[in-house]
Design a protein around this ligand. Structure first.
Ligand SMILES: [Zn+2]
Length: 297
């Protein structure tokens, strides 16, 4: 796949063997050449090529029904049943997803010592699967489930096996999966679904991800902001920054007077803070990193 993509790129006249950072027509390359220590923030657009659909359209608006809010999840049993039913189906695609060129390119950049901190809004673990060192999962990980009563953490695979065993009538369903492992299922009798319970205390289980309406743990934000302070520039990859938890990093970087660049197909909330934006799919925009020797910082 990489060879075909390289050929495609070369056929468009973008030579791969020219020196780095010397063409103003390639702002991303110049940006990476000038700014040695990067704070990288990634979002759903980074994982779309891995088969995990984005939440938002090019205008930053919801493509689908808004994801479940934490407050509803906690308060309403039917909401939990519906969430877990959709999540059980969505997990199958999430679990099968593999890193794409964007993940591999950022892993290469990280191994070259060029990333001060990689922060992702994605919960899919694909940066780690690609080998990126030291990732902050801002919104948690979908492959871990946590008991809200006793704090027990369980691998999602264990919960999935339990869900499938107790909900066989739902197991055959397939649907479009969302970035958080949720799936669209209409006309399904969710009230028949058996939600999982903690094996230790019987308490309420929730994927260890930050739901909408839920705050990002402060220690996680502080760790990311400290790394941001040590960075020369910020690179946003595949995020519209519509959610404040990501937007705040752009604000913080701008407040320090440091440059911000973005690779994103659509509008971002930080468009007026950006030095420039590359409107290409993430994997295509970053693929050149896979084809050259990266100099350490
Ligand atoms: Zn428990």
């Amino acid at each position: 796949m990489a060879a075909a993509a390289v050929a495609g790129r070369s056929s468009r006249g973008r030579s791969l063997d020219r020196p780095a950072g010397v063409r103003t027509s390639d702002p991303l390359r110049t940006f990476l050449d000038r700014n040695r220590r990067l704070f990288v923030l990634t979002g759903a657009g980074c994982s779309t090529a891995s088969g995990i659909p984005d939440y938002r359209d090019d205008n930053g608006d919801w493509k689908r029904a808004q994801p479940v809010m934490l407050q509803r999840f906690l308060a309403d049993e039917y909401t939990r049943k519906r969430y877990w039913a959709r999540s059980m189906v969505g997990w199958q695609r999430m679990h099968a997803a593999r890193p794409n060129d964007a993940h591999h390119a950022l892993a290469a950049l990280g191994h070259a010592g060029r990333i001060e901190q990689l922060v992702t809004q994605n919960v899919d673990g694909l940066h780690q699967a690609a080998g990126s060192p030291d990732v902050i999962d801002l919104h948690g990980r979908i492959d871990v489930v946590r008991c809200l009563d006793c704090g027990e953490r369980v691998p999602r695979a264990t919960v999935q096996a339990d869900l499938l065993r107790r909900n066989q009538r739902f197991a055959h369903l397939d649907a479009l999966t969302a970035p958080d492992g949720d799936a669209d299922l209409d006309g399904v009798p969710f009230d028949l679904f058996e939600s999982p319970a903690c094996g230790r205390c019987g308490g309420l289980l929730k994927p260890d991800v930050v739901f909408f309406g839920e705050g990002v743990p402060k220690a996680r934000v502080d760790q990311a902001l400290a790394a941001l302070g040590r960075s020369d520039a910020m690179l946003v990859v595949g995020s519209s920054l519509m959610v404040y938890s990501g937007y705040r990093f752009a604000q913080a970087m701008a407040a320090r007077g440091k440059p911000i660049a973005a690779v994103n197909l659509g509008r971002t909330r930080a468009d007026d803070l950006l030095a420039f934006k590359v409107t290409e799919p993430c994997g295509e925009a970053l693929q050149f990193l896979l084809n050259e020797q990266l100099s350490p910082r």
